[in-house]
Design a protein around this ligand. Structure first.
Ligand code: NAD
Length: 481
């Protein structure tokens, strides 16, 4: 059985122990990965620190750094098939979804590589005897703590921006599916990045994650994961007074007005809740439908859920009505438990609702009706292929439902009336609003949460500011007058 290694200071190395990696489609162990303890975390941080101080990477012209970052994305694309195959085995996704993830990861390197020259300081007038300007400097060593749902793409999202701006990186990969992150290391080597610039360690959250987020030589942290862990990471960051970006969970909803294009809506439901088996932070987990079209929308959502086949990702090379396994037995059973609780609280299963009695960690594509906004299923992130349909009669009521959770990651509106759509969009408390297409937007558009969904923004040009600090240089020019 292959034992995959950590990557520190330009070398693949063993850890202090190993962890079994399961194929979610079969439940069987297919590989092992090195696990880092706090000593190895420290080695990775020191390698990154040393590299930041002495490699000269931060002193390159931005265009040179940008080209290297862009070429890392090219490397991922060149190895897309191989990476996608491994990703399907470690994360349970259909092969076509894995390819989308590899392409998505490559796209971050392309986008941020191209942005390298776009960060400019400004000159501030202080009268003719002074010359004042601002510059942006990299923080130094950045820490990236990654969730298991998009292990490659989430790493790419923050690491591409951190490298473009001249930082070094220590990446803590998710312990359930850490393997494909090795291609980030291979990409960095391929493009000639100096040793220690990119360090990748797999480790347990409470051990390696805790050691990394509380390390005194980390200068900035990006955390993507659950609210509970986010609070711990932010507390550690606060103790060392380092900035922290938190990309946390969500319970995102779409408001559907009577004139919405139904086929278009159902296409969005397909992507919104069944892509990634619903294990997506910005999943469309609540459908808030005008009562005049409620039954019709439910029928179409049920037909969609029943059309979707589940199975091992390797059986689905091309896009279709297919869905993979959930990441682990524990996550699947948690989601199935929330479905059971929903029924006990009075919600009605219109489709699915149960775990599948087959090997692997599968949950049926699920639609709930009769959901009341106060029910657990309408409040808690399921992180599975489960959508809750709720009714409204006035737009005020729709807004109160959509804004009635602790989260605020994304929201949606489906209508042909753009005035109404924008009126609602202004009043939805979320960091990104999708009008008539769930997941509209892209790498170019800022993304992040209101409320407990976190703070700071990833994606878009704005995210570059996460990785730089402003320095102002004010000089008196006494010799001029
Ligand atoms: P998680 O919080 O359990 O783990 C995330 C990462 O944190 C893992 O690498 C884990 O090992 C590490 N970790 C765990 N305990 C830690 C600790 N005490 N200190 C430091 N690190 C620790 O989350 P998960 O289950 O991997 O991911 C699912 C969650 O992530 C969902 O809530 C989802 O919504 C969220 N998510 C958010 C976004 C976003 O962009 N907002 C994207 C993807 C996932």
């Amino acid at each position: 059985m292959t034992v995959y290694q950590n990557y520190i200071n330009g070398r693949f190395v063993d850890g202090s122990s190993t962890i079994d990696i399961h194929n979610p489609a079969t439940g069987k162990v297919f590989a092992q990965h090195a696990l880092a303890d706090s000593t190895q975390v420290d080695q990775a941080v020191q390698a990154a620190r040393q590299c930041h101080q002495s490699s000269g990477f931060k002193d390159l012209r931005p265009v040179e750094r940008g080209r290297m970052v862009r070429r890392m994305g090219d490397y991922l694309l060149q190895n897309c098939e191989e990476i996608a195959d491994l990703l399907t085995r470690e994360a349970g996704k259909p092969l076509w979804e894995s390819k989308i993830e590899v392409e998505g990861a490559a796209r971050y390197f392309e986008y941020y590589g191209n942005q390298a020259e776009s960060l400019e300081g400004k000159s501030i007038p202080l009268g003719s005897n002074y010359y004042d300007f601002t510059v942006y400097e990299p923080y130094g060593v950045t820490a990236h703590i990654i969730p298991w749902n998009y292990p490659l793409e989430m790493t790419a999202r923050s690491v591409s921006a951190a490298l473009t701006t001249g930082n070094t990186c220590v990446i803590k990969t998710p312990e359930l599916d850490p393997i494909t992150n090795r291609y980030i290391a291979l990409a960095a080597e391929h493009v000639g990045m100096p040793e220690g610039l990119v360090n990748i360690i797999c480790g347990l959250g409470h051990e390696a994650g805790e050691a990394l987020s509380s390390h005194k030589d980390i200068n900035q942290i990006v955390f993507t994961g659950s609210v509970e862990t986010g609070i711990k990471v932010a507390s550690n960051a606060a103790k060392n007074v380092v900035p922290c970006v938190l990309e946390l969970g969500g319970k995102s909803g779409a408001i559907v007005l009577p004139d919405a294009d139904k086929q278009n809506l159902i296409d969005s439901v397909r992507w919104g809740i069944f892509f990634g088996a619903g294990q997506v932070c910005s999943a469309m987990s609540r459908l808030i439908v005008h009562d005049s079209i409620h039954d019709e929308v439910v029928d179409q959502a049920v037909a969609l859920a029943e059309r979707i086949t589940t199975g091992p990702g390797s059986e689905f090379p091309e896009f279709g009505d297919s869905m993979g396994a959930m990441i682990s037995e524990q996550q699947r059973d948690r989601a199935a438990g929330l479905c059971k609780q929903a029924q006990e609280e009075g919600a009605v299963i219109a489709a699915g609702g149960y775990k599948k009695n087959v090997p692997g960690f599968f949950l049926e594509p699920t639609v709930f009706t009769n959901v009341k906004p106060s029910m657990t299923i309408a409040q808690e992130e399921v992180f599975g292929p489960v959508i809750s349909v709720m009714k409204f009669s006035t737009e005020e009521e729709a807004l109160s439902i959509i804004n009635g959770t602790q989260y605020g990651l994304v929201g949606g509106v489906f209508t042909k009336d753009l005035n109404k759509a924008h009126g609602l969009a202004q009043n939805i408390r979320a960091g990104q609003i999708y009008i008539n297409e769930w997941f509209a937007g892209g790498v170019e558009t800022p993304f992040g949460g209101y409320g407990k969904s976190g703070y700071g923004r990833e994606k878009g040009n704005e995210a570059l500011l996460n990785y730089v600090q402003t320095k102002n240089i004010a000089s008196k020019l006494s010799s001029l007058k």
